[in-house]
Write a new protein. Structure first.
Length: 337
């Protein structure tokens, strides 16, 4: 089989470990088995990330009567830098990529100690200019998510990153909708092509829908990264589980993406090896409609087009009409001049 460009598939474990190292390791093993190229975690300090008075986002609510604040929830979902170092080491052992999303300057220090090549900037930080400046100086591969953002905000974020020292070729924009789960009418995959045209950068897709169809469509449109939340059990306690894929679903996603990649092929159009056996059987030739005597004029009454190919093709029809038969032709015999 020919080699094709490979989409990087990121299993967004995020906070689905629920603060448990044991569960984080289990998730890594399951993601690897499902076909993911990379697992991604989130590194944050709840005290720096959110005010203690901030209410939960709608997707974080267990019920309409849930009055718990974001801070209390997020505090239970933190992973320490020490734990992330252990996770990174385990990922290397399992031969699966590892990366993190960061939210503030503590993340910058974590990146330096983790020595990762890639970093994810979450949608909520696209206008966090101090953070963007610090990330740009690191000159790592940057994945910038664009949920809730306008073109102007994306342009400004890219401008700051590039001005800080990062080259545009090291940045990938992710089309994203920051609704969990995202309704299909809000996915808006057509901006993938628009991002490529407008910003001249690589583009991927962060999928928060409940299925895999949007991810497959994104690959067909040119996405080189697919990020999808990953869980062991969609009914687990936590804000992201219900909009994640379980191992069986994620495995189907990975296998389906690889099939889409193969079907995309190359930017050329020619007779393929699989078509060759059908070529002569399906194409037509100019043949005698009935018996034609030598000296007869060839016209619509005595010639026609029939399968198989092998004689003069239909494209030579106008050259043949009006010619004089130089020999007798039996019915269905290829016309030759």
């Amino acid at each position: 089989m020919k080699k094709f460009l490979k989409t990087k598939i990121i299993a967004e474990i995020g906070v689905n470990h629920n603060g448990s190292m044991r569960k984080a390791i289990t998730l890594i093993n399951a993601a690897k088995k499902s076909g993911a190229d990379v697992v991604k975690f989130q590194f944050f300090n709840s005290c720096r990330l959110v005010s203690k008075k901030a209410k939960k986002a709608p997707y974080q609510l267990k019920s309409k009567k849930d009055n718990e604040r974001q801070y209390k929830l997020l505090k239970t979902l933190e992973l320490s830098l020490e734990n992330l170092l252990k996770i990174k080491s385990y990922c290397k052992k399992k031969k699966i990529g590892f990366m993190i999303s960061i939210f503030d300057e503590t993340g910058i220090e974590a990146l330096k100690k983790l020595k990762t090549q890639d970093v994810k900037i979450p949608s909520g930080e696209i206008n966090n200019y101090p953070l963007l400046k610090s990330i740009g100086k690191l000159k790592k591969n940057i994945i910038l998510s664009t949920g809730m953002a306008s073109y102007a905000e994306i342009y400004n974020a890219l401008k700051i990153l590039i001005k800080s020292g990062i080259k545009k070729k090291k940045i990938t924009l992710l089309q994203c909708n920051s609704s969990y789960p995202t309704p299909l009418h809000d996915v808006n995959l057509k901006v993938i092509k628009e991002y490529q045209k407008k910003f001249k950068v690589k583009v991927g897709y962060s999928d928060h829908t409940q299925g895999i169809e949007s991810s497959l469509a994104a690959v067909a449109l040119g996405a080189i990264i697919i990020e999808k939340h990953f869980t062991l059990n969609k009914k687990s306690e936590g804000p992201d589980h219900s909009s994640s894929l379980n191992p069986k679903e994620f495995s189907l996603l990975c296998k389906s993406i690889r099939k889409v990649e193969v079907s995309l092929g190359k930017n050329e159009k020619k007779l393929t090896r699989s078509e060759k056996p059908n070529f002569k059987l399906i194409r037509k030739s100019i043949v005698a409609k009935n018996f034609i005597y030598k000296g007869e004029k060839l016209n619509l009454n005595n010639i026609t087009l029939k399968r198989p190919a092998g004689g003069l093709g239909p494209e030579q029809w106008d050259e043949i009409v009006g010619k004089i038969a130089k020999k007798n032709f039996k019915e269905d015999e290829f016309i030759k001049i």
